[in-house]
Write a protein that binds this ligand. Structure first.
Ligand code: GAR
Length: 204
């Protein structure tokens, strides 16, 4: 199976996935990295890894296209060319259109830095910290048309202590993300995720 990873930022999840694939834990090829932010850290990581494992990189800026449809058409072209069977959103900070999601139904994963359905949106860690929760974490889920709302695949919790700052909490959440995202991808690639309505059954 060929995988595409979409990112817009730092790329630490991208790195964790690449590392896991290199160790042989993910039995699939990372064929394509897509970004909407030229010069982002994730692209440097992809370039460095690409030298060894031949990742193609596509950078497409929204401002260069009149419509979202035209913008996403660039992605779709590359995804088809690389025969992508799984799209992994790793800090990709744009909503995908309904048409795009429909074209890859149940083949798009996302990671969110909170225990969904709490603290949806772009600031999951900050929002949870400011709310004062004692427990937060991270969620890997299938992407559906509503933001951060698709069926949950894996979650991992993180305790918030009185000594935590938003920064230390972010570190702890990211550490969990780097464990569960590669694992969720591995389960998908191995055909072990069975979707039953909102529930995901993990097959033995
Ligand atoms: C991750 O914490 C991910 O959960 C979050 O962006 C960060 C990307 O970090 N995604 C969202 O908030 C999506 N709503 P990274 O670029 O270092 O992987």
């Amino acid at each position: 199976m060929n995988i595409a990873i979409f990112c817009s930022g730092n790329g630490t999840n991208l790195q964790a996935i690449i590392n896991s694939q290199k160790k042989g834990h993910i039995k699939a090829e990372i064929k394509l990295v897509v970004s909407d932010v030229p010069g982002c850290c994730a692209l440097t990581r992809a370039k460095n890894a690409g030298i060894n494992i031949g990742i193609n990189i596509l950078v497409v800026e929204r401002k260069n296209f009149k419509t979202k449809k035209d913008f996403e058409a660039e992605f779709l072209k590359a995804l088809k060319k690389e025969d992508i069977g799984l799209i992994v959103l790793a800090g990709y900070m744009r909503m995908l259109s309904e048409d795009f999601i429909a074209a890859y139904e149940n083949k798009i994963l996302n990671i969110h830095p909170a225990l969904l359905p709490s603290f949806k949106g772009t600031q999951g860690i900050k929002d949870a910290f400011e709310y004062g929760v004692k427990l937060t974490g991270t969620t890997v889920h299938f992407v559906t048309k509503d933001m951060d709302s698709g069926p949950v695949i894996l979650q991992s919790s993180v305790k918030v202590t009185e000594d935590d700052t938003e920064e230390t909490l972010a570190e702890a959440v990211h550490e969990e993300e780097h464990k569960i995202y590669p694992r969720a991808i591995q389960l998908f690639v191995d055909g072990k995720l069975k979707i039953e309505g909102r529930r995901i059954r993990i097959l033995d």
